[in-house]
Design a protein around this ligand. Structure first.
Ligand code: C5P
Length: 410
């Protein structure tokens, strides 16, 4: 972690969920990194962990009361003086209140009274996390620029398994550092190669075999990576606006995409294959337009080169490879298989049959799986928000790998 936490004033909001006990670890990590931490516990949080625990660890005593405290206006003072408000765990109630401007306790008041960046680490049962009202509230907050870390998939209270588990405390502290460092610059020094759009495989000079990919998601990733300071190379099949700083290489077929990508992959730190590359192409391309009156043509297909699998085989240490899996059935299982087969670090799985998600839409709902089995559920939101979440997952993965390499060396 860099020094961006040192000396920064962080209000650590803790809500009433079983994951509240992990907020103690978050608090300790922030303190260890030199932050000034002010814990604010909801009434529910105090049912799971005592204020004494936080008061003993943090920089100031834990606060719980809107009224009756020594300070008559704690909510405005806390909100105004914070460099960051971090809520971990964030429950459905607090997310809902924050999204809709309802202030009914010290934490929700502080959230509404601050102009500092806000980072939420949601944690709740899968049924609650997947409820449309929670999804909408999270998407609304994300559109307003609120930062999110997690939730991950895994074991939940009561023995259930699913999406909604609080992100790892180390990842929460890392995300807080990134927000404070200015999210716009956290990719400086990295070269990111992105592919976008569907390939077109010619049948004859006027016809092709194609797919419904619009390139919107890949272009959003290129834009977001450029905004965050990366050097970005975009290999795309579509004519669609992209940030001026991005180097654009236009291609049409899988073979053209393959040569463009392989030529540029060696100096990329991160490769995101968001393109929908055709899996099959006509074996022979008719040199002239096939005439209707010549009868029904027979088009023989052959496989295209699997670019991502080739990248997986050629992957160098320190390179992060991200694939996409557009599925209509068994999304998570198919994506996990693909991740292993292609030697990827991360795979972004989307159910393209779901409403408002996948091809052509402006919004998307994805699950990001990493090679260690960490799964992050990204609820329905605009494709720029999804791009942000994918790049956050890339950085989390790179952070984890660096930590592991360092631990191995020590
Ligand atoms: O195996 P499948 O085609 O479903 O995998 C999808 C992922 O693999 C996407 O990231 C896509 O860009 C990539 N891909 C590829 N070359 C192909 C087919 C898919 O790189 N020929």
């Amino acid at each position: 972690m860099d020094g961006s936490l040192a000396g920064r004033r962080i209000v650590l909001g803790v809500c009433g969920g079983i994951a509240a006990y992990k907020a103690v670890e978050v608090c300790r990590r922030l303190i260890d990194a030199g932050a000034h931490v002010v814990p604010v516990l909801t009434k529910g949080a105090t049912r799971f962990v005592g204020t004494v625990t936080f008061s003993a660890l943090a920089s100031e005593p834990a606060q719980t009361e809107l009224f009756g405290a020594a300070d008559p206006i704690p909510h405005t003072r806390l909100g105004q003086s914070a460099d960051l408000v971090l809520v971990a765990p964030a429950t459905a109630r607090v997310i809902g209140c924050y999204a809709h401007g309802i202030s009914n306790d010290l934490l929700t008041n502080t959230l509404l009274a601050t102009r500092a960046p806000v980072l939420l680490a949601p944690a709740m049962h899968t049924e609650m996390w997947e409820h449309p009202s929670v999804r909408d509230n999270v998407a609304l907050l994300s559109r307003r620029g609120v930062h999110l870390v997690g939730p991950a998939e895994g074991r939940l209270a009561g023995g259930d398994v699913g999406a909604g588990r609080l992100a790892d405390p180390a990842d929460i502290a890392l995300a807080a550092a990134r927000v404070l460092a200015g999210v716009t610059r956290d990719l400086v020094g990295l070269t990111v190669l992105v592919t976008a759009g569907g390939t077109r495989e010619p049948i004859d000079p006027v016809r092709f075999v194609g797919n419904r990919s619009s390139g919107k998601q890949g272009h959003a990733i290129a834009d977001e990576a450029a905004a965050r300071g990366a050097r970005v190379v975009l290999v795309t099949t579509v004519e669609r606006p992209v940030a001026p700083k991005v180097e654009v290489i236009r291609v049409a077929t899988a073979a053209e995409m393959e040569s463009a990508v392989l030529a540029r992959a060696a100096d990329a730190d991160v490769v995101v294959m968001a393109a929908a590359v055709a899996d099959f192409r006509p074996k022979a391309v008719a040199p002239e337009k096939i005439k209707k009156d010549e009868g029904l043509p027979e088009i023989v297909l052959e496989p295209t080169p699997d670019i991502l699998a080739a990248l997986g085989r050629a992957k160098r240490p320190g390179q992060t490879l991200v694939g996409f899996a557009a599925e209509t059935t068994d999304v998570a299982a198919n994506a996990a298989g693909k991740l292993r087969r292609k030697g990827l670090d991360l795979i972004v799985a989307n159910d393209v049959s779901a409403p408002q998600a996948g091809f052509e839409h402006d919004t998307n709902h994805v699950v990001v799986l990493d090679a260690d089995g960490v799964a992050t559920d990204v609820p329905l939101m605009d494709k720029r928000g999804v791009a942000r979440a994918v790049l956050d997952a890339v950085l989390a993965r790179r952070g984890r790998t660096t930590r592991e390499e360092r631990d191995e060396r020590e």
